[in-house]
Design a protein around this ligand. Structure first.
Ligand code: GTP
Ligand code: ATP
Length: 236
């Protein structure tokens, strides 16, 4: 073994030494593991892009303000594996860490949040693993969003794999609040002073009120479409 380039690591089995070839194989396996998540992310982004474009064309209305996606960094995965006490093997990480690929869909109105969720969830290649509705039941700190853990098929040269993706649906106001709260949480290392927590909860309530007002105004501008007289024509 080329001891100059080998690496010794203390594992549960004791001190283990890895050769350069073994290290390269581990790196390749990790890259392949992450690659599937990149493809899964792309599939979901494509589905959302299609819904957005088709909705604009058919209804002259765009329910999506913004879509952002990310694959968790290696450091962030390692941190989360340690924090949650997940066994450090690919099968366990795949099963337990469900937000390695994540997409955030920002809509103008809460009705669009649910509409988008229904349109994505209703697609027959999408499997819904879990839904958390923090809009119907906000977190105690005021956080609101609709979270869905979904699986989407990706076709690799080795065959079909189901990739898990976390999709967060929220309004602009919810997103504004969440990004500020995230910054505050990190600035105070998770120990936010009580006064700030109260202000944040108050701001979340104001954001929810603003959402409700904007939705009411929007409904006046765009009343729910009336049923059209039947013409015998079928729209595609
Ligand atoms: N800013 C902000 N983001 C949140 C909050 N709660 C959840 N999120 C976001 O939503 C993600 C998943 O949250 P949950 O669906 O509640 O998942 P969980 O059960 O807490 O599991 P984790 O993925 O371990 O956080 C987080 O990684 C954040 O991106 C919150 O209070 N503030
Ligand atoms: N589903 C998602 N879609 C898009 N962006 C996300 C999603 N989840 C988190 N992010 C963003 O990705 C960035 C990196 O986050 P990271 O993956 O390190 O941690 P996290 O998911 O926020 O938290 P945790 O590791 O505790 O689950 C942050 O700016 C975060 O807001």
């Amino acid at each position: 073994m080329d001891s100059a380039n080998s690496l010794s690591v203390m594992t549960e089995a004791g001190l283990e030494t890895f050769s350069p070839e073994q290290l390269k194989a581990m790196r390749d396996e990790f890259q392949r593991f992450l690659m599937a998540y990149r493809f899964g992310l792309r599939e979901i982004e494509t589905k959302l892009g299609i819904l957005r474009e088709e909705f604009q064309h058919t209804h002259d209305y765009n329910p999506i303000e913004h879509v952002s996606g990310r694959v968790k960094s290696a450091d962030s995965i390692v941190d989360k594996v340690a924090r949650k006490g997940v066994s450090p093997d690919f099968a366990s990480i795949r099963r337990e860490i469900t937000d390695i690929a994540g997409v955030r869909v920002t809509c103008s109105f809460a009705t669009d949040v649910y509409r988008l969720f229904d349109l994505l969830a209703g697609q027959d290649d999408i499997t819904i693993v879990q839904v958390k509705d923090y809009i119907a039941e906000p977190k105690p700190n005021g956080y609101q969003s609709l979270h869905a853990i979904v699986q989407v098929p990706v076709f690799l040269s080795s065959g079909r794999v189901e990739v898990t993706v976390e999709v967060q649906f929220r309004t602009i106001a919810m997103d504004f609040w969440a990004s500020l709260e995230h910054k505050i949480y990190y600035k105070y290392n998770g120990v936010v002073p009580d006064g700030l927590l109260v202000e944040l909860k108050d701001a979340a309530d104001s954001a929810a009120e603003l959402d409700a007002r904007m939705e009411r105004l929007h409904t006046q501008l765009h009343p729910a479409p009336q049923a059209r007289p039947r013409t015998g024509l079928t729209a595609v």
